[in-house]
Every structure is written in C-alpha cells, then in structure tokens.
Write a protein that binds this ligand. Structure first.
Ligand code: ATP
Ligand code: MG
Ligand code: MG
Length: 553
C-alpha cells in the first residue's frame, strides 16, 4: 500500500486546530458553478474537500456558485449532484445556493456604500478596463468615484429596480486604483443583467461578482477552510478585504494547484468545443475526461478516488501522467472484475478430430486474484474463434502461439496442434486454421508432461455472442495540452484515431444480457464495460484500459 503524499493543507488545518482559530471545527465546501458537467479536475477538489471533512470529523457543503444567469441551468445542478454522489460523497442536508444569498449580499453591499467603501460607477465596460491600468502602470480613478453616499445609495437602489440598461452602471469597491495587485483596483461588485436566473427568475436584475459573492457565502455558511485553485491566490487580498470591511466571520482561503492531465483538456471551454463541433458524441462520450465520460467508459469511483489521493495536493501547477489514472483503474479492476473470454479480431479454428455434434462445458476461473469469485462453465465444441494475432503462418523466433505444426494450450481447454490452413483464394489470407486436439489434455495440461508455452483464449462458434467492441485511445496526440502557444489551435492535436469500432467480436455466452456498467477483464485483451448503447441483439463494450501498464513513477 502506498503512503499518501504530504498535504500542506492538512498542516494548515492542524495548526488552526492547535491555535483554536476556528475552535475545533473543520468545515469545507465544494462550490461548482452549474454551467457545465464536472470533470476529473473537479473530482480532485471534491475528494479534497469532502475527504478533509471526513478525516477531521467535520462537514462539507455542496454549494452552487450560481450568480451568472447567462450560463447556468437546473440540468447542470442535477448532473452535478448525481456525479458527486456517484463518486461516493454525501452532503447530507448541506446543499446551498449562492443565489439564495442575493438579499443578504445586497444588504452587505449597501453597508459598504454607507461606509464609503463602494460606489456606483457609470463608465462603460471598455472605459473601466482602460482605467484599470496594467501591471507596470497604475490605474486611473473614475470621475464617478467620489459620488456622495446618498447618490450611490439612490443609484444602486435604482439599478436594482431595473431603471437602467445593461452596462450603464456597476457597483465597485472603493479600494486603491494604484494598488500593485490589479484585483484591488476598485473591483466590480455588481452588474446589471436582464437575463432571467434559472432559480430566481426575474427577481433580480443586478448580479454580484464571484469575488464579492464567494467570501460572503463562505462566511454565511461558517466555512473554516475555503479551498480553491491557484488562480485565486491573487484574489485572496480581496477575499479578506470584503470580510474585514464588513467585520463578519472570516474563513481562511487556501489555494492549491489545479489538476492537469496529459493527452486531454480540462477546461469547460475546450470540452464544450469538442461536444459542439462533434469531435465526441456528447459530454458523456467515453473519451471525455468528464465524470460522466469516465463513468461510461467504465472507470469506478474507487479508482478515481484512489487517483485523487495519489496525486496529492501541491502549491505548484504540474501535469499528471494520464497513465497514472489508467494504472488506478487497472489495479481496482484486477481485484474485482470477473474474467471472460472474448475474441475481438476473430479467426476460425476447426478441430478436425473433435466430433461434430459434441459439446462440453469446461470450468473457468472467474478471477485468479479472488478465489471467492468462484468458477463458471464455458461451452467448447469443434469450431472455435481465436484472435487473428494468435496465429502466424511464418512466425518469428520465440513466437509461442499458433503456427503450422505448432502446439498451444486453449485456455481451460485442450492442447491443439495446427495441421493445416484454409486460405481465401483471392487474397491468400488465412481464413481458417485446422487443428487436431489431444483428448488427454483436458483442463490444460498433459499427463506426459510435455511443454506447451503458449496459451490462447477462444470462444465456441456455436455458442458465441456477437458483440460490438469500441476501442479508445487518447483524445489528443500531444501530451501537454495546457501550455499551448496563444495562436496554436488545440483542434490541431485532436487524435483522429481515438475511436475504433470492431464488429462482430465474439463473447462467451455468459456475457449475454449483462447490464450497462458491468465490467470485465477480457482475458489477454483488456478491461471492458457494457455501454448504455447496448441492445439485446447487439451488445456494446467499451475498452476501459488495456492490460499493459505504462505507468512508472
Ligand atoms: P472550468 O475551468 O472547467 O470552468 P471552474 O473552476 O470554472 O472550472 P467551477 O465549477 O467553478 O469550475 O469549479 C468548482 C470547483 O472545482 C472550484 O473550487 C475549482 O477550484 C475546482 N476545480 C475546477 N477545475 C479544477 C482542476 N482542474 N483541478 C482542481 N480543482 C478544480
Ligand atoms: Mg468555470
Ligand atoms: Mg469557477
């Protein structure tokens, strides 16, 4: 078992518990914006926030950060709840919506105006940007900055009542237009928007910004440690400023590095382009790094949680090898997934000395890693399918599978020796392998102790279930999709061969009717999961991962 990597956030919490900064409480939150589906990066944040609460006997809220009516919807709220639950976490009765705080936030804004700490600005959005200055140049104060408290109160009230068009006024915090941190140069607190909100309808036509909303939502909910990604480090002074000016309960914001994975993208912008432009079939396409995509692909919640634990949390951004994620699901499924024999590139094999109408059932082990999973009986007959790869007419040295004159073991079955082949007269391609079998070798070994190195899997033709198999590769051909040059189009790196569909493949009959999300190890081939596209007459299996582990520390 691996040792969990050090976690600087736990050090901070331990210290706060020692000094009693928040008494003996640990209270975190996971704050998604319901404007898209969750991805593996969000899973890291979910595991971290819910995991810390669990570990310290604390609490974790699920809070929808829903202050932008243009992009949010109920559909996403539902999907996010489902995904968090599927990952194995429970917010119990602690589900909150920032949009429920609009009234209180408005009161807080009025309080800041009264203190002379906020003002209504009537510059255009472009002018506001222009006046902000740059990293090397101080900003310029707006001519509206010194409006009286009375005038600000009246204008803000009228903004709320819907008397002004969008973009005509904003409410800004009055901090310092020469502050070295641009976020502190009189940041916008409220904007006018007439788009109805998915929960609040037309109650409001002014909407608070992330910076003003987030710290106060944390404060209202009594959060102790507000964990967010590194981009918000520069926003922390503002987080603290609002809470200090208002003199309210003050949680601690802690930033950690966001997860980046090789050969994929984890930004909603890129992911939605993949969906909209049809590069994938939807948000739940098994190639997508979304929770729904991973789930449909066949990933288990346990594997995703294990992955999140292994990558740990850091203060520096980095790129995690997707092979580690694959390694985690492989480890999990190796212990749990029942084995099955499925031939994905079929070649017919006929045993010429096996009676034509005979069939027998051979005992096969369900999982060599777990004897408790027992055995099953697999039908065997004269005509079988084997993998094309398991036969070579002119084999190189050290090829231990089937070749003219060579003998192999049929898994759980008999030894067979290739005595002839049938070829397609037009192409010369081998279309059938003719073998003899040794009846003394039932079960896979011979009384005379002769050595057979190769073991291959097979499926009886008469009993086979024809199935569709979908093989997936990485979505992108480039490992580092995070640090693209600005003028570099990410579409250039989309892997044109990320999906390969094989049909018919042949499965042993025990797989017939397995429901979606059933996972198997197809012996010698990989781990597979039943896709919801499956129909009774045509089951569909997604390849979760191959058997070969490419991850190394
Ligand atoms: P995106 O860039 O995909 O839109 P976001 O940060 O805008 O992501 P939110 O819904 O606001 O999406 O995210 C909810 C929480 O998940 C936030 O606390 C955010 O910090 C965290 N989160 C999002 N992406 C990652 C990531 N790649 N790694 C770690 N945490 C993440
Ligand atoms: Mg976002
Ligand atoms: Mg966000």
């Amino acid at each position: 078992r691996f040792t969990p990597p050090p976690n600087f956030i736990k050090d901070i919490i331990d210290e706060d518990l020692k000094t009693g900064k928040f008494g003996n409480r640990v209270h975190t939150r996971f704050p998604p914006e319901p404007n898209g589906y969750l991805h593996i990066g969000h899973a890291k944040s979910i595991c971290l926030n819910f995991g810390l609460a669990e570990e310290y006997g604390g609490k974790c809220n699920l809070r929808f950060d829903d202050t932008n009516p243009e992009t949010e919807s109920e559909e996403y709220v539902k999907a996010i709840q489902e995904d968090v639950r599927w990952l194995g976490f429970d917010w119990e009765d602690r589900m909150y919506f920032a949009s429920d705080y609009f009234e209180r936030l408005y009161e807080y804004a009025v309080e800041l105006i009264k203190k002379g700490k906020a003002y209504v600005d009537s510059l255009s959005p472009e002018e506001i940007r222009e006046y902000r200055g740059t990293l090397t140049e101080p900003g310029k104060e707006s001519p509206y900055r010194n409006r009286s408290v009375e005038e600000n109160l009246e204008l803000f009230e009228r903004m709320k009542r819907g008397e002004f068009p969008e973009g005509s006024h904003v409410l800004r915090a009055k901090i310092d237009m020469a502050h070295p941190n641009l976020n502190m140069r009189d940041p916008v607190m409220y904007r006018i928007k007439y788009t109805p909100h998915y929960r609040r309808g037309t109650d409001w036509c002014i909407y608070p910004t992330y910076d003003f909303t987030h710290c106060l939502s944390d404060s209202i909910e009594g959060i102790t440690h507000s964990i967010c990604t590194l981009e918000f480090e520069d926003h922390r002074p503002l987080y603290d400023w609002f809470l200090d000016e208002l003199g309210v309960y003050h949680p601690r914001q802690i930033e950690f590095a966001r997860l980046n994975l090789t050969y994929t993208v984890l930004s909603k912008r890129y992911l939605s382009i993949l969906v909209k432009e049809g590069y994938v079939s939807g948000w739940d396409d098994p190639r997508m790094p979304t929770i729904r995509g991973l789930r449909r692909r066949g990933y288990t919640p346990e594997a995703i949680r294990d992955f999140c634990e292994r990558i740990g949390v850091a203060k520096r951004n980095s790129l995690v090898d997707i092979a580690l994620l694959e390694h985690c699901v492989r480890e999990d499924l190796n212990k749990r997934a029942p084995r099955a024999m499925v031939v994905i590139n079929p070649l017919k094999l006929t045993i010429i000395n096996y009676p034509e109408d005979k069939e027998e059932y051979l005992e096969a082990v369900n999982n060599p890693e777990d004897p408790a999973m027992g055995t099953r009986m697999v039908p065997f007959s004269r005509e079988l399918y084997i993998e094309k790869d398991d036969f070579m007419e002119n084999p190189p040295k050290k090829y231990y599978r089937l070749a003219p004159g060579a003998e192999v073991r049929l898994r759980y079955g008999y030894y067979v020796r290739c005595v002839d082949v049938k070829k397609d007269p037009a192409t010369g391609e081998v279309v059938e392998v003719l073998c003899t079998y040794d009846p003394e070798t039932r079960g896979g070994w011979s009384p005379d102790g002769r050595k057979v190195k190769g073991t291959i899997h097979w499926v009886s033709v008469r009993h086979a279930v024809p199935v569709e198999v979908r093989l997936y590769e990485h979505l992108f051909t480039k490992a580092d999709m995070v640090n693209l040059e600005e003028d570099d189009d990410f579409r250039k790196y989309i892997n044109p061969d990320s999906l390969k569909v094989l049909y018919p493949c042949y499965a042993e009959p025990g797989l017939r009717g397995a429901p979606p999300e059933s996972r198997y190890q197809f012996e010698r081939v990989g781990y597979f999961c039943v896709d919801p596209d499956s129909r009774e007459e045509r089951m569909v299996f997604n390849r979760i991962v191959t058997l070969k582990d490419t991850w190394s520390k």
